[in-house]
Design a protein around this ligand. Sequence first.
Ligand SMILES: [Zn+2]
Length: 622
Amino acid sequence: MIRTLAITGCVFLSFHIKAQEGYKNFEVAIYSRAYETAKMRDDNWIQPVWDEISRQLQVDKVYLETHRDLLLVDELTLLKAKKFFESKGIRTAGGITLTVNESNNYQTFCYTNPEHRKKIREVVEFTARHFDELILDDFFFTNCKCDLCVKAKGTKNWTDFRLELMTKAAKDLIIDPAKAVNPKIKIVVKYPNWYDHFQGSGFNLETEPKMFDGLYTGTETRDPSSNQHLQQYLGYNIFRYFDNLKPGKNGGGWVDPGGLTYMDRYAEQLWITMFAKAPEITLFDFRQLQRPLQKSDRAAWQSLATTSFNYDEMMKPVADKNGKMVAPTTIARAAGYTFETIDQFLGLLGKPVGVKSYKPFHSTGEDFLQNYMGMIGVPMDMVPEFPENEPIVFLTEQAKSDPEIMGKIKKQLLAGKDVMITSGFLKAMQDKVNDIVELRVTDQKASVKEFGAGWGPHSFTDREILIPQIRYNTNDSWEIVSAFDDTNGWPIIHRADYAKGKLYVLTIPENVVDLYHLPTDVLTRIREILTPNLPAVLEAPGYTSLFVYDNNTVIVESFADETTQVKLQLANGFTKAKNLVSGEELFAEKKEYPQRRKPSIIKLTLNLELKPHSYVVLKLEK
Ligand SMILES: [Zn+2]
């Protein structure tokens, strides 16, 4: 340590000490695919790989996969690999990937084929004999449509057939065989990031969380414009959602470096996972952590601003186990640097909170919409039951699949509380919604650029946004925010009173990503209605997220490529905030909000400058 201090000064020393002791607020695991586990029979392979990774990144645990693509690691190799890590004080757990051939459109096993079932049982028993913890990676689903499956499906639809098939497989092929050979074993099912489509392939979020000892969450979002269209906010939202499926038993988040076009994107996925308060993060995988750092990893904005992921700082030499300073070589250092940075404040955050959005099991419609809401600064908290005791509940088209949904909405409204439904829910359910308020979503669309809230100047977008036209009866319900084209107009936010409660309708643009392009004042109105009890509301354009914790800490994050100036409205008597990264004290200013036929409202707001792809961490103070 003293040697390090002499060479590099205090700032580096503090990082160095942490790297030696592990991170304070979370653990880090690395996943080894069967291909790499098999190579571990050779010390000449694993020793230099391990040295290279572990001098750049602190590791607590290694998942040793025993099977993938019909490659089963032999027992001697597995024992050798376990011993290698355990001799270094690294914990090990087993991993299984249930693929026949991943490169053939992710070919899974066939769960109706007796030979496949026998093979799965053997792999599970073999792995359970060697580990007290076992994780299933991503592929405990089936996409098999062989003759046997077609016959077994009969007249059911594929979703129902596969949901039932995989629930039985979880018991008969995984849990029972594993516990029979090792009663102590903890069995964890790791789910990938495409949660809205799980039921189609038999991932059963209704039955499996109850059956397995734990869950684990794929929080990688990679390039949001790739064909999965995963928004950056998903990494946070999916972790919280799975934690709500089995509270306290969501073991961690899991990120790979796929789809990287700049290194900030990798770092962003890691820290968003940790903003959800994951206790552990798994880096996939041994092979990919050896990816060299390249000049093109340094994003254009790195030269213009000091961003949360500071590429040049990350590239500074780090000490190896002998204290020798060595320049970073692979993305393991990008992970290590990111973890050291966020570890300094993660412990100061409370429990994440947000607006509850009810997603019934196996529901479809308006796919992944809650992540788009997160990207416009609405803190989301998806739950599998209609939540009681919330001031407002957010319902997308997916809520239609609960046959009791209208009764639950009415009960909430009669209790004097609010509900916001989307235009997608309204369209699917308008006959039933009419019992609350008579509204119609027509098949007509409008192309709009002009928006207004009934008072004050109108605001404009720089692109045309296509919206569905919602019709209502004059003087029966009310436009809160409107969109205009020439002298015509339609609701963006609509309100109907019902007993003491209010039903809001949010119009979702035909292209959901246009939510990001709505004017800031429209977005702010959406946030204000959805989060009446939170201590802070964003006034910011799209691509800005707000993370709120129950101890009045908040994180504001920008996903934009430029520096943006945003405001944070403070409520609940807060007047200032402390920046938990820089220590700077920020004082709120009074801002006047004109009202129609009423005196202006005065609110206290903080002015924040957000660097590209960067966050600000604040403790709100009175
Ligand atoms: Zn089959």
